[in-house]
Design a protein around this ligand. Structure first.
Ligand code: 13P
Ligand code: SF4
Length: 348
Protein backbone atom coordinates (compact mmCIF):
# COMPACT_ATOMS: atom_id res chain seq x y z
CA UNK A 1 0.00 0.00 0.00
CA UNK A 2 1.01 3.65 -0.27
CA UNK A 3 1.32 3.82 3.51
CA UNK A 4 3.74 0.92 3.58
CA UNK A 5 5.80 2.39 0.77
CA UNK A 6 5.96 5.74 2.56
CA UNK A 7 7.08 4.06 5.80
CA UNK A 8 9.84 2.18 3.94
CA UNK A 9 11.08 5.36 2.27
CA UNK A 10 11.15 7.29 5.56
CA UNK A 11 13.02 4.47 7.24
CA UNK A 12 15.68 4.19 4.47
CA UNK A 13 16.10 7.96 4.45
CA UNK A 14 16.54 7.93 8.20
CA UNK A 15 19.13 5.13 8.05
CA UNK A 16 21.17 6.63 5.23
CA UNK A 17 21.26 10.17 6.63
CA UNK A 18 23.72 12.44 4.74
CA UNK A 19 24.80 9.60 2.43
CA UNK A 20 21.53 10.12 0.58
CA UNK A 21 20.26 13.35 -0.97
CA UNK A 22 16.90 13.71 -2.70
CA UNK A 23 16.39 16.89 -4.76
CA UNK A 24 12.89 17.36 -6.17
CA UNK A 25 11.59 19.68 -8.88
CA UNK A 26 8.47 21.73 -8.12
CA UNK A 27 6.55 19.74 -10.77
CA UNK A 28 6.92 16.46 -8.89
CA UNK A 29 3.88 14.79 -7.36
CA UNK A 30 3.07 15.49 -3.68
CA UNK A 31 3.65 11.81 -2.87
CA UNK A 32 7.26 12.29 -4.02
CA UNK A 33 8.03 15.89 -3.03
CA UNK A 34 7.30 15.12 0.64
CA UNK A 35 10.59 13.16 0.67
CA UNK A 36 12.68 15.84 -1.04
CA UNK A 37 15.58 17.22 0.99
CA UNK A 38 15.19 20.30 -1.18
CA UNK A 39 12.46 21.31 -3.62
CA UNK A 40 13.36 23.89 -6.21
CA UNK A 41 13.28 25.19 -9.75
CA UNK A 42 15.88 24.09 -12.29
CA UNK A 43 18.38 26.76 -11.26
CA UNK A 44 18.09 26.02 -7.55
CA UNK A 45 18.43 22.29 -8.14
CA UNK A 46 21.58 22.83 -10.25
CA UNK A 47 23.05 25.08 -7.53
CA UNK A 48 22.19 22.60 -4.79
CA UNK A 49 23.71 19.69 -6.72
CA UNK A 50 26.91 21.66 -7.22
CA UNK A 51 27.07 22.54 -3.52
CA UNK A 52 26.44 19.05 -2.11
CA UNK A 53 29.74 17.24 -1.59
CA UNK A 54 28.65 14.75 1.10
CA UNK A 55 25.97 12.59 -0.45
CA UNK A 56 27.15 9.38 -2.04
CA UNK A 57 23.74 8.81 -3.63
CA UNK A 58 21.70 11.59 -5.20
CA UNK A 59 18.28 10.26 -6.08
CA UNK A 60 17.00 12.89 -8.45
CA UNK A 61 13.24 13.42 -8.50
CA UNK A 62 12.88 15.32 -11.73
CA UNK A 63 13.62 14.59 -15.37
CA UNK A 64 16.62 13.16 -17.22
CA UNK A 65 18.34 16.44 -18.20
CA UNK A 66 18.24 17.58 -14.54
CA UNK A 67 19.88 14.35 -13.41
CA UNK A 68 22.54 14.75 -16.12
CA UNK A 69 23.20 18.29 -14.90
CA UNK A 70 23.55 16.98 -11.35
CA UNK A 71 26.02 14.32 -12.53
CA UNK A 72 28.08 16.95 -14.36
CA UNK A 73 28.18 19.24 -11.33
CA UNK A 74 28.88 16.65 -8.62
CA UNK A 75 32.14 14.93 -7.69
CA UNK A 76 33.18 11.61 -9.21
CA UNK A 77 32.44 9.60 -6.02
CA UNK A 78 28.80 10.77 -6.07
CA UNK A 79 26.23 8.69 -7.93
CA UNK A 80 23.18 10.32 -9.47
CA UNK A 81 20.16 8.08 -9.84
CA UNK A 82 16.95 8.73 -11.78
CA UNK A 83 14.13 6.56 -10.31
CA UNK A 84 12.55 6.00 -13.75
CA UNK A 85 14.57 6.23 -16.97
CA UNK A 86 11.39 7.10 -18.88
CA UNK A 87 11.31 10.46 -17.11
CA UNK A 88 12.63 12.42 -20.09
CA UNK A 89 11.66 15.85 -21.42
CA UNK A 90 10.08 16.19 -24.84
CA UNK A 91 11.53 19.68 -25.21
CA UNK A 92 15.10 18.51 -24.52
CA UNK A 93 14.56 15.79 -27.14
CA UNK A 94 13.75 18.43 -29.76
CA UNK A 95 17.44 19.31 -30.22
CA UNK A 96 19.94 16.54 -30.87
CA UNK A 97 23.64 17.07 -31.43
CA UNK A 98 23.67 16.04 -35.11
CA UNK A 99 20.92 18.53 -35.94
CA UNK A 100 22.73 21.19 -33.93
CA UNK A 101 26.06 20.71 -35.69
CA UNK A 102 24.39 20.72 -39.12
CA UNK A 103 22.37 23.82 -38.30
CA UNK A 104 25.40 25.59 -36.87
CA UNK A 105 27.23 25.13 -40.20
CA UNK A 106 24.43 26.87 -42.10
CA UNK A 107 24.28 29.63 -39.47
CA UNK A 108 28.03 30.20 -39.77
CA UNK A 109 27.72 30.39 -43.57
CA UNK A 110 24.87 32.87 -43.25
CA UNK A 111 26.17 35.10 -40.45
CA UNK A 112 29.89 34.32 -40.15
CA UNK A 113 31.50 34.11 -36.73
CA UNK A 114 28.99 36.41 -35.04
CA UNK A 115 26.87 33.94 -33.05
CA UNK A 116 27.05 32.82 -29.43
CA UNK A 117 25.00 29.72 -28.56
CA UNK A 118 22.93 29.66 -25.36
CA UNK A 119 20.96 26.66 -24.25
CA UNK A 120 18.10 26.38 -21.82
CA UNK A 121 19.10 23.81 -19.17
CA UNK A 122 16.21 21.76 -20.55
CA UNK A 123 18.60 20.15 -23.04
CA UNK A 124 20.80 17.07 -23.27
CA UNK A 125 24.35 17.05 -21.90
CA UNK A 126 25.63 16.83 -25.52
CA UNK A 127 23.93 20.14 -26.39
CA UNK A 128 25.34 21.76 -23.25
CA UNK A 129 28.79 20.49 -24.31
CA UNK A 130 28.35 21.97 -27.80
CA UNK A 131 27.42 25.30 -26.27
CA UNK A 132 30.31 25.16 -23.78
CA UNK A 133 32.76 24.39 -26.57
CA UNK A 134 31.60 27.43 -28.53
CA UNK A 135 31.96 29.90 -25.66
CA UNK A 136 28.28 29.92 -24.68
CA UNK A 137 26.34 29.16 -21.53
CA UNK A 138 23.25 27.50 -20.17
CA UNK A 139 20.28 29.55 -18.94
CA UNK A 140 17.23 28.76 -16.85
CA UNK A 141 13.87 30.48 -16.83
CA UNK A 142 14.94 32.49 -13.79
CA UNK A 143 18.12 33.97 -15.26
CA UNK A 144 17.48 33.98 -19.01
CA UNK A 145 17.35 37.77 -19.19
CA UNK A 146 20.65 38.23 -17.38
CA UNK A 147 22.30 35.55 -19.53
CA UNK A 148 21.03 37.04 -22.80
CA UNK A 149 22.38 40.43 -21.77
CA UNK A 150 25.74 38.80 -21.04
CA UNK A 151 25.68 36.93 -24.35
CA UNK A 152 25.29 40.21 -26.26
CA UNK A 153 28.49 41.48 -24.64
CA UNK A 154 30.25 38.51 -26.27
CA UNK A 155 28.78 38.36 -29.79
CA UNK A 156 26.41 40.23 -32.04
CA UNK A 157 23.95 37.35 -32.38
CA UNK A 158 22.57 34.55 -30.24
CA UNK A 159 21.42 31.05 -31.07
CA UNK A 160 18.90 30.05 -28.39
CA UNK A 161 18.26 26.30 -27.94
CA UNK A 162 15.89 24.46 -27.67
CA UNK A 163 12.84 26.46 -26.47
CA UNK A 164 11.74 29.07 -28.98
CA UNK A 165 9.25 30.53 -26.49
CA UNK A 166 11.62 31.21 -23.60
CA UNK A 167 14.08 32.62 -26.16
CA UNK A 168 11.50 34.86 -27.83
CA UNK A 169 9.90 36.04 -24.58
CA UNK A 170 13.27 36.93 -23.06
CA UNK A 171 14.61 38.68 -26.17
CA UNK A 172 11.35 40.63 -26.49
CA UNK A 173 11.68 41.74 -22.84
CA UNK A 174 15.12 43.06 -23.70
CA UNK A 175 13.58 45.23 -26.41
CA UNK A 176 14.52 43.12 -29.44
CA UNK A 177 11.73 43.41 -32.03
CA UNK A 178 10.20 40.29 -33.52
CA UNK A 179 11.62 41.03 -36.99
CA UNK A 180 15.10 40.72 -35.47
CA UNK A 181 14.35 37.12 -34.51
CA UNK A 182 14.31 34.12 -36.85
CA UNK A 183 13.39 30.52 -36.19
CA UNK A 184 15.76 27.70 -37.10
CA UNK A 185 13.78 24.68 -38.24
CA UNK A 186 16.04 21.67 -37.57
CA UNK A 187 13.89 19.23 -39.54
CA UNK A 188 13.66 21.28 -42.74
CA UNK A 189 17.17 22.71 -42.05
CA UNK A 190 16.19 26.24 -42.88
CA UNK A 191 15.38 29.58 -41.31
CA UNK A 192 11.75 30.62 -40.87
CA UNK A 193 11.70 34.39 -41.12
CA UNK A 194 8.96 36.87 -42.05
CA UNK A 195 11.02 40.08 -41.97
CA UNK A 196 12.62 41.87 -44.92
CA UNK A 197 16.32 41.27 -44.19
CA UNK A 198 17.71 38.14 -42.53
CA UNK A 199 20.95 39.98 -41.77
CA UNK A 200 19.01 42.12 -39.27
CA UNK A 201 18.42 39.03 -37.13
CA UNK A 202 19.92 39.18 -33.63
CA UNK A 203 18.36 36.06 -32.13
CA UNK A 204 18.02 32.65 -33.81
CA UNK A 205 15.37 30.60 -32.04
CA UNK A 206 15.59 26.81 -32.24
CA UNK A 207 12.19 25.45 -33.19
CA UNK A 208 11.45 23.58 -29.97
CA UNK A 209 8.74 23.96 -27.35
CA UNK A 210 7.29 22.46 -24.19
CA UNK A 211 4.35 20.21 -24.92
CA UNK A 212 2.85 21.03 -21.50
CA UNK A 213 3.05 24.81 -21.70
CA UNK A 214 1.83 25.00 -25.29
CA UNK A 215 -1.55 23.92 -23.90
CA UNK A 216 -2.11 27.34 -22.33
CA UNK A 217 -3.75 29.44 -25.00
CA UNK A 218 -5.02 32.90 -25.83
CA UNK A 219 -8.55 31.42 -25.75
CA UNK A 220 -7.99 30.31 -22.12
CA UNK A 221 -6.99 33.86 -21.20
CA UNK A 222 -9.92 35.46 -23.06
CA UNK A 223 -12.31 33.11 -21.29
CA UNK A 224 -10.99 34.08 -17.85
CA UNK A 225 -10.94 37.81 -18.66
CA UNK A 226 -14.60 37.47 -19.67
CA UNK A 227 -15.87 35.25 -16.85
CA UNK A 228 -13.61 36.26 -13.93
CA UNK A 229 -12.17 39.69 -14.75
CA UNK A 230 -10.78 40.14 -11.23
CA UNK A 231 -8.39 37.17 -11.73
CA UNK A 232 -4.63 37.69 -12.00
CA UNK A 233 -3.04 35.59 -14.71
CA UNK A 234 0.49 34.28 -14.11
CA UNK A 235 2.31 31.99 -16.55
CA UNK A 236 5.66 30.30 -17.11
CA UNK A 237 7.77 31.83 -19.94
CA UNK A 238 7.71 28.48 -21.77
CA UNK A 239 4.23 29.66 -22.86
CA UNK A 240 3.92 31.36 -26.25
CA UNK A 241 4.61 35.08 -26.79
CA UNK A 242 0.89 35.79 -27.26
CA UNK A 243 0.00 34.09 -23.96
CA UNK A 244 2.81 35.81 -22.05
CA UNK A 245 1.84 39.18 -23.57
CA UNK A 246 -1.77 38.83 -22.41
CA UNK A 247 -0.85 37.62 -18.91
CA UNK A 248 -0.30 39.87 -15.89
CA UNK A 249 2.88 38.16 -14.70
CA UNK A 250 5.36 35.62 -16.02
CA UNK A 251 8.37 33.86 -14.57
CA UNK A 252 10.00 30.61 -13.45
CA UNK A 253 8.33 28.13 -11.11
CA UNK A 254 10.13 29.75 -8.20
CA UNK A 255 8.88 33.19 -9.27
CA UNK A 256 5.32 31.86 -9.49
CA UNK A 257 5.58 30.38 -5.98
CA UNK A 258 6.99 33.63 -4.52
CA UNK A 259 4.34 35.75 -6.25
CA UNK A 260 1.53 33.63 -4.83
CA UNK A 261 3.10 33.79 -1.36
CA UNK A 262 3.12 37.58 -1.52
CA UNK A 263 -0.46 37.84 -2.86
CA UNK A 264 -3.26 39.27 -0.69
CA UNK A 265 -5.83 36.88 0.82
CA UNK A 266 -9.05 36.83 -1.19
CA UNK A 267 -7.31 37.42 -4.53
CA UNK A 268 -7.87 35.16 -7.53
CA UNK A 269 -5.06 33.55 -9.60
CA UNK A 270 -5.11 31.57 -12.84
CA UNK A 271 -1.75 29.81 -13.17
CA UNK A 272 -0.28 28.66 -16.48
CA UNK A 273 2.14 25.92 -15.52
CA UNK A 274 2.33 22.21 -14.72
CA UNK A 275 -0.58 20.67 -12.85
CA UNK A 276 1.19 19.29 -9.76
CA UNK A 277 2.55 22.72 -8.91
CA UNK A 278 -0.80 24.45 -9.53
CA UNK A 279 -2.63 21.92 -7.32
CA UNK A 280 -0.03 22.33 -4.57
CA UNK A 281 -0.34 26.13 -4.72
CA UNK A 282 -4.12 25.86 -4.53
CA UNK A 283 -3.81 23.68 -1.40
CA UNK A 284 -1.18 25.90 0.24
CA UNK A 285 -3.16 29.08 -0.43
CA UNK A 286 -6.62 28.12 0.72
CA UNK A 287 -7.23 31.82 1.51
CA UNK A 288 -6.89 32.63 -2.23
CA UNK A 289 -8.65 31.32 -5.30
CA UNK A 290 -5.88 29.51 -7.20
CA UNK A 291 -6.61 27.39 -10.27
CA UNK A 292 -5.11 26.27 -13.59
CA UNK A 293 -5.32 28.65 -16.54
CA UNK A 294 -6.44 25.65 -18.59
CA UNK A 295 -9.23 23.62 -17.00
CA UNK A 296 -7.76 20.46 -18.60
CA UNK A 297 -4.97 20.94 -16.03
CA UNK A 298 -1.88 20.08 -18.18
CA UNK A 299 0.27 17.46 -16.47
CA UNK A 300 3.89 16.82 -17.49
CA UNK A 301 3.64 13.09 -18.12
CA UNK A 302 7.36 12.50 -17.85
CA UNK A 303 7.77 14.36 -14.54
CA UNK A 304 4.88 12.20 -13.32
CA UNK A 305 6.78 9.01 -14.11
CA UNK A 306 8.51 9.43 -10.77
CA UNK A 307 6.16 8.04 -8.15
CA UNK A 308 6.28 6.35 -4.76
CA UNK A 309 6.95 2.92 -6.23
CA UNK A 310 9.88 4.08 -8.37
CA UNK A 311 11.39 6.14 -5.58
CA UNK A 312 11.16 3.19 -3.18
CA UNK A 313 12.63 0.83 -5.79
CA UNK A 314 15.66 3.12 -6.20
CA UNK A 315 16.19 3.40 -2.46
CA UNK A 316 15.77 -0.32 -1.81
CA UNK A 317 18.25 -1.06 -4.60
CA UNK A 318 20.81 1.18 -2.92
CA UNK A 319 20.14 -0.57 0.36
CA UNK A 320 20.86 -3.90 -1.32
CA UNK A 321 24.13 -2.51 -2.64
CA UNK A 322 22.87 -2.15 -6.22
CA UNK A 323 22.98 1.12 -8.10
CA UNK A 324 20.21 1.04 -10.67
CA UNK A 325 19.42 3.79 -13.17
CA UNK A 326 22.64 5.67 -12.55
CA UNK A 327 23.02 8.67 -14.85
CA UNK A 328 26.59 8.83 -16.11
CA UNK A 329 27.50 11.59 -18.54
CA UNK A 330 30.42 10.74 -20.81
CA UNK A 331 33.52 12.45 -19.30
CA UNK A 332 34.42 14.21 -22.57
CA UNK A 333 30.87 15.59 -22.86
CA UNK A 334 30.90 16.53 -19.19
CA UNK A 335 34.21 18.41 -19.54
CA UNK A 336 32.66 20.81 -22.08
CA UNK A 337 29.16 20.93 -20.61
CA UNK A 338 30.48 22.06 -17.23
CA UNK A 339 31.93 25.15 -18.92
CA UNK A 340 28.46 26.15 -20.11
CA UNK A 341 26.95 25.48 -16.68
CA UNK A 342 29.73 27.30 -14.82
CA UNK A 343 29.35 30.38 -17.03
CA UNK A 344 25.74 30.49 -15.85
CA UNK A 345 26.33 29.60 -12.21
CA UNK A 346 28.93 32.32 -11.77
CA UNK A 347 26.41 34.89 -13.01
CA UNK A 348 23.17 33.37 -11.63
P1 13P B 1 11.85 26.06 -13.96
O1 13P B 1 11.77 25.19 -12.76
O2 13P B 1 13.24 26.52 -14.18
O3 13P B 1 10.87 27.16 -13.92
O4 13P B 1 11.54 25.13 -15.23
C1 13P B 1 10.33 24.62 -15.55
C2 13P B 1 10.42 23.38 -16.32
O5 13P B 1 9.75 23.18 -17.28
C3 13P B 1 11.31 22.35 -15.91
O6 13P B 1 11.21 21.33 -16.79
FE1 SF4 C 1 10.05 19.24 -20.31
FE2 SF4 C 1 7.88 20.79 -20.39
FE3 SF4 C 1 7.92 18.64 -18.80
FE4 SF4 C 1 9.43 20.80 -18.21
S1 SF4 C 1 7.20 20.70 -18.25
S2 SF4 C 1 10.07 18.64 -18.16
S3 SF4 C 1 9.98 21.49 -20.29
S4 SF4 C 1 8.03 18.65 -21.08
Amino acid sequence: SDDEMEQRIWSIKHKMKEKLYIPGHHYQKDEVIQFADAAGDSLQLAQLSAANKEAEFIVFCGVHFMAETADILTDSHQKVILPDMRAGCSMADMANITQTERGWKVMQQTFGDTILPLTYVNSTAAIKAFVGQHGGATVTSSNAKKMLEWAFTQKERILFLPDQHLGRNTAYDLGIPLDEMAIWNPIAERFEYDGDDLQKVKVILWKGHCSVHENFTVANIEEIRRTKPETNIIVHPECSREVVALSDYNGSTNYIIKTLEAAEPGTSWAVGTEMNLVNRLAKEHADKDVFSLNSMMCPCLTMNRIDLAHLLWSLESIEEGLVRNQIIVDPEVSRWAVLALDRMLERA
